[in-house]
Design a protein around this ligand. Structure first.
Ligand SMILES: *Cc1c(COP(=O)(O)O)cnc(C)c1O
Length: 378
């Protein structure tokens, strides 16, 4: 009898959640608290263009998280584009083979050629030991992702960048809240970006930010956000990447719950870890010295077939985990470098992220794990 056959169905159908359990769910602050902030926006009639709530949110990013030069913008994708422009990357740009497609497409749309480097199978992040062999005189920068909120080896990358005179940009879309030796991971690189999309651990509905330590870079990022304009003068070519008071209000309202969001996520993550460690699935390796944000719970299956079987069983139980990231960047149809980065491509075939969100309760997590392990035995 093949796996997942009709014979198994009655039992599986019994073990089914009434409501679908998706991979993530946006945290919503109390409605009244958001509306209280909206009252102020209504009274002021000031809805965008670096309004008071945008300023308050940016100030909080600096004061509370120690983030340098916080520039709040529309999303994490445009953040990458503006950062690549501000850093004046040209020619070849080294990048990771395992990330969201926009890490690659931002490089391409900004007129550079992505040069892919394979990943460390434990952390899912770019493997620094493989970077140097791909550097040529055409290389101008490195764009790397802190995958699932687990940091890249930022020290090794900084060392390579220093030796070859390369700029470093981190796609920290998953990494808000992750720290290294007690400081935000977004302090690293010439520029770090993050995303506050509704699916990320901390959100402003849509949103993103860029962080640079260098004052000249900060100034360029600020100007680029607003059509290159400051006051009534136009300084450099720019675009409109401003975010609104409505979005900033969601950030300000959610900040009050940041500690609670992080604590809940940590306990859920640790619960999954406790149930799954030593079992048949590969788990992420979080390096020493990291304050992890527990943004995602990826599991690595022995093969794509086993993964698909487990997914069918979970879907039948009304559980919808996500294959994330698939395909690998080298396998994107407009890239076609299939085979260049076998570890990342293997990961893309075998990784799935389990449901993880602020109010996922223990009994739900436990039943998901039971379904998952049951599927693997079948
Ligand atoms: C979500 C994501 C982005 C894009 O962020 P948006 O705010 O959705 O534009 C970029 N990189 C990675 C790794 C992401 O997961």
């Amino acid at each position: 009898m093949p796996q997942g056959s009709v014979q198994e169905m009655p039992e599986k159908v019994n073990d089914r959640f009434e409501e679908p359990v998706y991979v993530t769910r946006a945290f919503m602050p109390p409605f009244e608290e958001y509306m209280e902030l909206m009252r102020g926006v209504w009274d002021r009639g000031y809805v965008t263009n670096h309004g008071p709530l945008v300023q308050e949110f940016e100030r909080a990013l600096g004061e509370r998280f120690g983030l340098p030069g916080s520039v709040f913008i529309v999303n994490g994708t445009i953040a990458l584009h503006l950062a690549i422009r501000a850093l004046e990357l040209k020619g070849d740009v080294i990048t990771t083979a395992f990330s969201h497609p926009v890490t690659t497409t931002s490089i391409m749309w900004e007129g550079c050629t992505p040069v892919f480097v394979d990943v460390d199978p434990g952390t899912f992040c770019i493997d620094p030991a493989r970077i140097e062999e791909r550097i040529t005189p055409r290389t101008t920068g490195i764009v790397a992702t802190h995958v699932y909120g687990i940091p890249c080896d930022v020290e090794a990358i900084a060392d390579i960048a220093r030796r070859y005179g390369l700029k470093v940009l981190y796609d920290g879309a998953h990494a808000f809240g992750t720290t290294l030796n007690g400081r935000s991971i977004l302090e690293h690189g010439d520029v770090s970006t993050t995303s506050y999309h509704a699916t990320k651990i901390f959100h402003t509905v849509e949103g993103g930010s860029m962080h640079a330590g260098d004052p000249d870079l900060q100034r360029r990022l600020v100007l680029m956000r607003t059509m290159g304009q400051w006051g009534e003068e136009f300084f450099i070519p720019g675009m409109n990447a401003k975010n609104s008071e409505m979005h900033a209000a969601m950030g300000v309202a959610n900040l009050k719950y940041y500690d609670a969001i992080m604590a809940a996520r940590r306990s859920q993550w640790e619960y999954y870890h406790e149930l799954l460690q030593g079992g048949p699935l590969g788990l992420a390796r979080v390096p020493e010295g990291i304050g992890y944000n527990h943004a995602y719970f990826p599991v690595v299956f022995p093969s794509s077939e086993v993964l698909e079987h487990a997914r069918r069983v979970l879907n039948a139980g009304n559980v919808f985990p996500r294959r994330y990231f698939r395909p690998a960047c080298t396998q994107l149809p407009y890239v076609s470098r299939q085979g260049e980065c076998p570890i990342a491509e293997g990961m893309a075939d075998t990784v799935m992220c389990l449901p993880l969100f602020h109010d996922l309760d223990r009994s739900t997590a436990e039943r998901i794990v039971e379904m998952l392990l049951g599927a693997l035995k079948g």
